[in-house]
Design a protein around this ligand. Structure first.
Ligand code: ZN
Ligand code: ZN
Length: 158
């Protein structure tokens, strides 16, 4: 019952940035190019990125001077806006970031190489709702991370 979680977006970047700019205006903030560079890097990325990796890609792609503190400030704002998901993963020094664009999914992390896989399981999702309701909770979200050894590292260990 595992469903494929694709990282292909059903929205173009132009549509996406249009929506984002509307959100920014509704918050009374000004547009910022640096913020849009960070968004584009995350939009184009196939994988989850640390703030350092976001910084490197912004520098490489846009040839701008930007510091890691600025990247963190932008990522924190995007997280508050629920535009970005920040994942805190065991065994990793930094948070990993992804755009909150694709369908909800959870993560599996390889303790050996740090590979991050995504999964979505309807039964697990429904069970969580049930468990929360049983305790009188209205569920507003959850974080589920499975840790283990990925297929590639398992092969190498054989
Ligand atoms: Zn691995
Ligand atoms: Zn993910």
């Amino acid at each position: 019952l595992e469903e494929e979680v694709g990282r292909k977006h059903i929205i173009t970047y132009e549509e996406y940035i249009g929506k984002f700019q509307k959100m920014i205006r509704s918050l009374g903030l000004n547009n910022s190019m640096q913020r849009e560079y960070v968004l584009k890097v995350l939009f184009d990325s196939e994988e989850h990125l640390s703030a350092e990796e976001v910084l490197q890609r912004v520098k490489e792609q846009y040839r701008v001077k930007i510091g890691v503190a600025t990247v963190y400030r932008i990522l924190n704002l995007l997280e508050d806006m629920q535009v970005v998901n920040a994942l805190s993963l065991k065994g990793m020094d930094s948070m990993m970031y992804e755009l909150n664009l694709s369908q909800h999914h959870d993560h599996m992390v390889c303790k050996s190489c740090g590979a991050i896989a995504e999964f979505h399981n309807k039964q697990i999702e429904q069970l969580q709702e049930k468990v929360a309701a049983k305790e009188g909770f209205t569920m507003t979200g959850h974080t589920m991370v499975l840790y283990g050894i990925c297929p590639k590292c398992r092969k190498e260990g054989e």
